[in-house]
Design a protein around this ligand. Structure first.
Ligand code: NAD
Length: 354
């Protein structure tokens, strides 16, 4: 392979068209060679808009093309697993959009299938590439907040009923706000804290819209090292009312981010450090700003950063930032939250026998 990865895209008309293809055009170690979509009009428009060499309506055509080294899958979730297996069978590297599959078991099956193929196989967990999140991860690794005791991560959008929309049909999406958005919050907290979930208590509800999947989800995740993490995701909060907070509290301070969980790589992050050696103060005085300092971070195109790094992994036989084995861990948490909600009890991750 040259020093450029030639990408093919399956399911090219949504996020791929809005973000991934433009991002691939910004980086030097990758290019878009072929697109495949069920929608012929989308294909024509894409090829014209981006000057893409090959356009197909059948996956097999794209997978037979020797000019394609790696495939990015961004089709509706129900198609992911089979498409991904065919990509691996064709000997192509694989980057698949979240959620990898319909549930944890399917994700594990795919991860096992990929193991031993000698290919780079990972999932697009974009929040890991946000410049601010990368800065937070560094600070947490240095132990700046002491023992992490409590966290919150939220992602929301306004998503009213749209007849025939696949995200609102359980058999195609696998679920609603949790599968689509909450999954980012779970993955991000696992990544930032470098910790795994031990047990969960969750509620997935139909509050506002009468489609099949939940429009609201909240859950408390107990991590192995002890932190209690609250995640929430909603399809029923207006976009202009959303702040998508990320909050991390430890025994030596806190990090409070606003608007970093999202697609644009921006937002604001405040760091507050405190003297944890001091004694109890009955007045519990908190200054207005709390002595918070604004954290600088690089505003990057997260899609470009993710694709550049993934392409580099392919070119240099390195493991991707989020391999499929890692995606299995997040999907197990998703499964546990749904189970906790339906059985109205705390669910331990170890209850999953597989
Ligand atoms: N990481 C992110 O920022 C992000 C953002 C949005 C979506 N996503 C993920 O990307 C995936 C796609 O979501 P979307 O919003 O782009 O959906 P979308 O409905 O906007 O686009 C999906 C595209 O797939 C095509 N398609 C439908 N069935 C197909 C099939 N069987 N084979 C090939 N193509 C098919 C459709 O014609 C359409 O062009 C989902 O897994 C979603 O969760 C990720």
């Amino acid at each position: 392979m040259d020093q450029v990865v030639r990408w093919g895209i399956i399911g090219a008309g949504g996020i791929a068209r809005r973000r991934t293809i433009p991002a691939l055009n910004l980086i030097s170690n990758a290019q878009v060679t072929a697109v495949m979509d069920k929608n012929e009009q989308v294909l024509e428009e894409l090829r014209e808009e981006f000057g893409i060499e090959y356009g197909y309506t059948q996956e097999a055509q794209l997978l037979e093309n020797p000019d394609v080294d790696a495939v990015y899958i961004a089709s509706p979730v129900a198609f992911h697993k089979d498409q991904a297996r065919r990509v691996l069978d064709a000997g192509k590297h694989l980057l698949i959009e979240k959620p990898v599959a319909m549930d944890g078991r399917e994700t594990k099956e795919l991860s096992d299938y990929a193991a031993g193929k000698g290919l780079c196989a990972g999932v697009g967990m974009l929040m890991r590439f946000h410049g601010g999140h990368m800065r937070i991860k560094e600070l947490l690794r240095e132990g700046i907040l002491g023992d992490i005791v409590s966290c919150r991560a939220q992602l929301t959008c306004w998503f009213p009923k749209m007849e025939g929309n696949w995200r609102q049909i359980k058999a195609i999406s696998g679920g609603g706000a949790l599968m689509d958005m909450g999954i980012h919050c779970i993955d991000l907290l696992r990544y930032l804290l470098d910790d795994e979930v031990e047990k969960v208590c969750g509620m997935a509800d139909h509050r506002t819209f009468d489609y099949e999947v939940e429009d609201s989800v909240s859950a408390v995740l107990r991590m192995h090292k002890g932190a209690a993490c609250y995640i929430d995701a909603n399809f029923n909060i207006p976009d202009d009312a959303a702040h998508c907070p990320l909050e991390i509290y430890g025994t030596k301070g806190s990090i409070i981010a606003s608007g970093t969980i999202g697609q644009d790589g921006k937002g604001e992050i405040l760091l507050t450090l405190s003297d944890s050696d001091k004694g109890y103060e009955s007045s519990q005085v908190r200054s207005e700003s709390g002595g918070a300092q604004k954290l600088d971070f690089e505003h990057v195109n997260m899609y470009a950063r993710q694709l550049e790094e993934f392409s580099n992994c392919i070119l240099n036989s390195l493991p991707p930032r989020t391999p499929l084995t890692d995606a299995v861990k997040t999907m197990r948490v998703v499964d546990a939250i749904y189970r906790s909600s339906s059985e109205e009890r705390t669910v331990y991750l170890k209850e999953n026998a597989w």
